[in-house]
Design a protein around this ligand. Structure first.
Ligand SMILES: [Zn+2]
Length: 338
């Protein structure tokens, strides 16, 4: 379609989480801005800039924690994404799924609309990639911004391509869905996943995570979606953090607060949200097992703790310190059966 100049202006890549839809979108972006005849060549300045996530005309957005400044500007959005991109680059382009509270907020949508109105800075074409597009949030009083984005999707400028990706296309706003051409991406064959986990850069990152050592076990765990390997590792980290919070709550004094302080003051909010989500799962399990064992007091304590954790989850979506929230939770957790 690119060669025939018939590529639609707005596309949606949909398919199972973790199969590489955003990677595919980045590859297509590279192809669209490549300066060689054999596209994407991978070696021209444009190609290298895309691969290093610093091409001025390729703008990749994805769910992020809400910025602390309620009046965040495009500069704030761009600085936040630059920081997140640097983290992704440091992990060689591998990243876990965004945490539950991360989203694509209004300031980010406005940034896309603003950038789309400008001329390309380096080449002839601009590409916008919106990963996990179902996490674009409609906000009160933002009708004008939402309409500007819909208009952009419906009729992108001739020099602009917009690529959305979603693993939950049913959750996309219908107004968005009706304006894009959808392309289904299939899960990967095991042979492809095996090649992926054996790739030296990928292997180096996977080896640093809490994952099975054997390639075959990693392929089985990935279940045709290698990106989920990183989420599985993140989940097991969150699970052990939740278990240690619960254990520490049964102790007194220093040990208890050391466990709370381990949660960092800021910048770790995504991981903390994951820990709270796991803590909730853990508490529900405790409530059920206590009931089954006839320990009604234990079940009651666990159920009450679920309420406290759910409230903490709501606070964690705002700009609170994970340390303080964890310390405050300790009292609510202390009577839960270990
Ligand atoms: Zn190139």
């Amino acid at each position: 379609m690119v060669d025939a100049r018939s590529l639609p202006g707005s596309l949606l890549f949909e398919g199972t989480r973790g199969i590489g839809k955003q990677r595919l979108a980045l590859w297509l972006a590279q192809l669209l801005v490549c300066e060689s005849d054999e596209r994407p060549c991978g070696v021209c300045l444009a190609c290298r800039s895309v691969l290093e996530l610093r091409h001025p005309d390729v703008f990749w957005v994805y769910p992020r924690p809400r910025l602390s400044d309620a009046n965040a500007t495009s500069e704030d959005v761009i600085a936040d994404l630059a920081e997140a991109n640097a983290e992704r680059l440091a992990k060689r382009g591998l990243y876990a799924r965004p945490s539950g509270s991360d989203a694509i907020f209004l300031a980010t949508t406005l940034t896309i609309v603003g950038k789309a109105a400008m001329s390309p800075a380096m080449g002839h074409r601009k590409v916008f990639i919106v990963g996990d597009a179902e996490r674009m949030v409609a906000q009160e009083g933002s009708d004008q911004a939402a309409n500007a984005f819909l208009k952009l999707l419906e009729e992108p400028p001739p020099d602009t391509t917009i690529l959305l990706t979603s693993s939950e296309p049913g959750a996309l706003l219908p107004t968005i869905r009706s304006r894009v051409i959808s392309i289904r991406c299939a899960p990967l064959a095991d042979a492809d996943v095996l090649a992926f986990v054996r790739e030296p850069n990928v292997k180096a990152v996977l080896d640093s995570l809490n994952l099975p050592r054997a390639d075959a076990d990693r392929v089985a765990l990935a279940r045709c979606a290698p990106g989920d390997l990183l989420s599985a590792a993140a989940l097991s980290v969150a699970r052990s953090a939740a278990v240690s919070l619960l254990r520490a709550s049964a102790t007194r004094g220093a040990e208890r607060y050391a466990a709370a302080l381990a949660h960092g003051s800021s910048g770790a909010r995504g991981a903390f949200s994951d820990t709270l989500a796991e803590l909730n799962v853990l508490l529900r399990e405790r409530a059920e097992s206590s009931l089954a064992a006839g320990d009604t007091a234990g079940a009651y304590a666990a159920a009450k703790a679920v309420i406290a954790v759910t409230e903490a989850q709501a606070r964690a979506d705002g700009n609170v310190s994970p340390q303080l929230t964890a310390a405050a939770l300790m009292n609510a957790l202390q009577n839960v059966p270990a």
